[in-house]
Design a protein around this ligand. Structure first.
Ligand SMILES: [Mg+2]
Length: 299
């Protein structure tokens, strides 16, 4: 049963209340009805509820972010000092690091900016991700910085380390994304500060939304001290997005986790999810759900 009270019904009730007042007969009816507070009701079960509400309310979520950025900061100056230290995967390091300026590379969404309100809205509406309302959310510029991100990036900038954001937000969202970062106090400076999806890289063929070409571009100008992301594709090219392919991509770099690469939690979305249903987003929602249930382990 739905307990949703629609805005129009609430408006009618309000108008009915006004009409019963004795002085209303002689007053002109206002052209626009007074605003009615929206009535929010989530009526259907949503598989993302626990993940989103954990991200938004559990102090453990915030502590993991704090812990990760704090730990990275405590290691950053040693990495800066070590002239041989580089955090780009070998395939993307196309220029030697000698003499290059130091940088840190960060993904944006769910790494430095928190878009969980967008996910919460999907739970409220019963909808699924789509480009149009994602773009509308981005244009609101209301994504808050995740805990620890501002302090870390400012610390890096203060020590002469370039802060580079590599994001798969669509190209036409560049301006609002930069504005959102600045509103939150994240340092954004220099022409290389933001490399969005669609960044042209000479001599490199862009494959899907892979970040490899942009990492290669970075490698021409910077020695990368650390990378940060909530998906393994933020760090390295994943040739096959299935369990074996994801493991294969990470295998050569496991020793870098927690020293050069810092992985942050995102239980609400990410390439891990379609890897469970053969990356087939055209499959009906129930079928995708069935395959996710099949992936559960019972012992
Ligand atoms: Mg992300």
């Amino acid at each position: 049963m739905s307990f949703r009270l629609s805005a129009s019904l609430a408006g009618l009730l309000l108008l009915a209340g006004c009409a019963s007042a004795p002085h209303q007969a002689t007053r002109p009816v206002p052209a626009v009805a007074p605003p009615v507070a929206p009535v929010v009701a989530v009526t259907a079960a949503d598989d993302n509820l626990n993940a989103v509400v954990w991200s938004q309310t559990a102090i453990e979520h915030d502590l993991i972010f704090q812990q990760t950025y704090h730990d990275a900061q405590s290691r950053l100056l040693a990495a800066l000092k070590d002239r041989h230290w580089d955090a780009l995967p070998k395939d993307d390091r196309i220029a030697p690091i000698k003499g290059l300026r130091p940088a840190v590379v960060l993904d944006i969404d769910e790494t430095v900016l928190d878009n969980s309100p967008y996910q919460a809205r999907l739970i409220r509406s019963g909808g699924e991700f789509n480009e149009a309302d994602w773009a509308a959310w981005c244009k609101e510029q209301k994504a808050h910085a995740l805990p620890g991100a501002v302090a870390f990036t400012r610390f890096a900038a203060r020590h002469g380390i370039a802060v580079i954001y590599v994001s798969n937000r669509a190209k036409d969202l560049d301006k609002v994304t930069l504005a959102n970062l600045r509103l939150d106090g994240l340092p954004v400076s220099g022409p290389d500060a933001f490399l969005g999806l669609g960044t042209f890289v000479r001599g490199c063929e862009q494959i899907g939304s892979q970040k490899s070409c942009r990492r290669q571009l970075i490698s021409r100008h910077y020695r990368v001290l650390m990378q940060f992301g909530d998906q393994i594709g933020d760090f390295v090219t994943v040739l096959a997005n299935n369990a074996a392919g994801r493991e294969r991509a990470m295998a050569p770099y496991m020793a870098w986790i927690g020293s050069r690469w810092f992985v942050l939690p995102n239980p609400t979305y990410g390439a891990w999810e379609p890897s469970l249903f053969n990356n087939d987003w055209t499959a009906p929602r129930d079928e995708r759900r069935r395959q996710k249930i099949e992936a559960l382990r019972y012992q």
